[in-house]
Each structure stands twice: as C-alpha cells, then as structure tokens.
Design a protein around this ligand. Structure first.
Ligand code: BQF
Length: 294
C-alpha cells in the first residue's frame, strides 16, 4: 500500500477561509478579535512560529499585537505584561510563545494568563475542563491532529490509537481528547513514552499512530501496522532540513495515510489558534467569559 499524503497546508487554508468569513461577519457588527503574542528571547524557531501566527491574524483580519522582550526579562515584568493584557478589552487571546528562557518559571507564568484568554489551552483550568470532559479551549496542536482525522474521514470511534510522546502540549491532552465520550473520539488510547516497555508491541497494533516524541525519524516501517494512519507531529531540523519523528520515506510505503513534515500538522496548529482566538472574542462579547478570582 502507498499512503494518501494528508495535506495539512490545504486543510488549514480551507479552515482559515471559513474563519475569515466569521471574522468578516463580526466586523459588520463593529467587532474585531484581538490576539497578543509575547516572544521572550531570540530563539530562531520561535521567531518563525510567531511570524506564522501574526501572518495568519493578518490574513483573517484579526487584530494582533506583538511583544518582543529580551531574554533577560525578569519574571515579574513578564507577569505584569500578562496582567495588563488580561485587563485589555481589545485583546481576547494571549499567546506566550514557548519555550521561555531558562531563568523564567514557565508553569508559574502561564498560570497568570486569564483562562478566558488562554487560547493555547495550557492553563490548569482549561486542562482541568478537558479532563472533566467539558473543554473550553483545547490545545492547538492536538486539536489540529483531531481536525485532520475528521476532514480525511479517518474513523476514530472504537479504533486503537497509539500516541508516542507524553508532553503536556501534545501527547497528554491529545490522549484525553481522543478517549473522550464525544464526537471524533471514543478511541481506545495508549499513551507511550520513553519508559514504555516494548514500544513495538503497542505501535504495531495501532489503527491510528500519532508520533510526538521529538526524535527525528524514530518511527520506522517495522514499528507500523500496514494500513495504519500515521500522524507525525515532530519538527526536527537536520542539516537545515525539516524532518518529522516518522521515517516518511519508509512508512509512506505501508501506511494508509501519512502527514508530511513540513505541511502536515504544523499549519493546522496555526489554524486552531485562530479558531480559539475567535472563540475567546465571541465568549467575551457574549458575556460567557467567567470571572476568576485567581
Ligand atoms: C509546517 C512548535 C515545537 C515547539 C514549540 C507550519 C508551524 C510549523 C510547521 C508553526 C510549533 C510548531 C509552533 C509548519 C507553531 C507549529 O508547514 O509544517 C507552521 O508555526 N507551529 C509553536 O508556536 O511552538 C512550537 C513546535
């Protein structure tokens, strides 16, 4: 079997079109969603990601303001900026680009973003809502993966989904989303990681194999069940070239579906961020944003 290549760029462009129509409608009502993007330090990959996000905002007509802070920024100053943006009625989403410089306590700072403006879905409140089966803001990359499966009509319900990688940003929330009693879910999920005993025993039984382990080309064809759908979340730079966590050349020979890197999950992450930002703005205008005392 040779795989259908999942065109994440095309799907994301289609979603951005759909979202643009929504933003246009809001504009007629005099409303414009706003996203604040905070970049601390000068990590080149982060600069690319921030540029992608700003470009998407511009394309849709979402207001965006970028805050570039030096990597020597004291934690206290970053927290003050977040608190100012929490109060700003023209800002509906706050995106703190990760990773942060070593000296800053990422978890501590993320806790200051109002759950109402947490368009990355990283605040413990939003993670808790997901765990409780009543999510508000879902993390962008897991949401992008789920959306790709849906748009390519890859069955999820009752399927064996195996996720390799247990990060708080991808693996863990995605496992929770796909195991949920909900649409585009109801899967049997295995969450594998660096301490998994006999990884192949799991991956070779996957109907849907999702890889987000951060190791270039780690998943080779011998780990994959022929006919499985393979979603590669990895982004690794290897001598100037972007490669995923899946050995694309090998695995695309035997899988039913596969996402390329670049052009697979990556563009979907950006589209889901735009979706969350519009949702945050609508919740604000419709008075659905909750009052928090933390
Ligand atoms: C593509 C990210 C690791 C750590 C922090 C399009 C993006 C990437 C790839 C992008 C990512 C990855 C983002 C492609 C945002 C996805 O064409 O394949 C877009 O901009 N991403 C991020 O903000 O932080 C990260 C990966």
């Amino acid at each position: 079997m040779t795989a259908t290549i999942i065109d994440g760029k095309a799907v994301s462009n289609q979603i951005l079109e759909e979202l643009k129509a929504e933003v246009d409608l809001l504009r007629e009502k005099g409303q414009q969603p706003g996203l604040a993007v905070i970049l601390v330090g000068d990590d080149p990959a982060s600069q690319v990601y921030v540029r992608n996000k700003e470009r998407a905002c511009k394309k849709l007509g979402i207001f965006s303001s970028k805050y570039c802070l030096p990597d020597t920024t004291p934690e206290e100053e970053l927290i003050q900026l977040i608190q100012k943006l929490n109060r700003d009625p023209n800002i509906h989403g706050i995106l703190l680009q990760l990773p942060l410089p070593q000296a800053i306590d990422e978890k501590k700072v993320l806790d200051y973003i109002s759950p109402n403006k947490d368009v990355d879905g990283f605040h413990p409140y939003n993670l808790g809502r997901l765990l409780a089966g009543d999510p508000i803001f879902l993390p962008c990359t897991p949401q992008g993966v789920q959306e790709l499966l849906v748009r390519y009509q890859i069955p999820i319900e009752g399927q064996n989904v195996v996720i390799v990688g247990r990060s708080n940003i991808v693996g863990k929330p995605l496992a929770m989303m796909l195991v949920q009693k909900a649409k585009a879910a109801n899967a049997t999920v295995s969450l594998c990681h660096t301490r998994t005993k006999n990884l192949k025993e799991f991956t070779s039984r996957a109907d849907i194999l999702i890889v987000a382990c951060g190791k270039a080309r780690m998943v080779t064809a011998d780990l994959v069940r022929p006919g499985a759908a393979v979603i590669d979340v990895g982004i690794n730079r290897i001598d100037g070239k972007l490669v995923g966590d899946v050995d694309f050349e090998q695995v695309s020979q035997i899988s039913s579906f596969i996402t390329p890197v670049p052009g697979g999950v990556g563009p979907m992450t950006i589209a889901m961020l735009m979706k969350n930002t519009i949702k945050a703005a609508k919740r604000f205008w419709e008075g659905e944003a909750t009052s928090f005392s933390f």
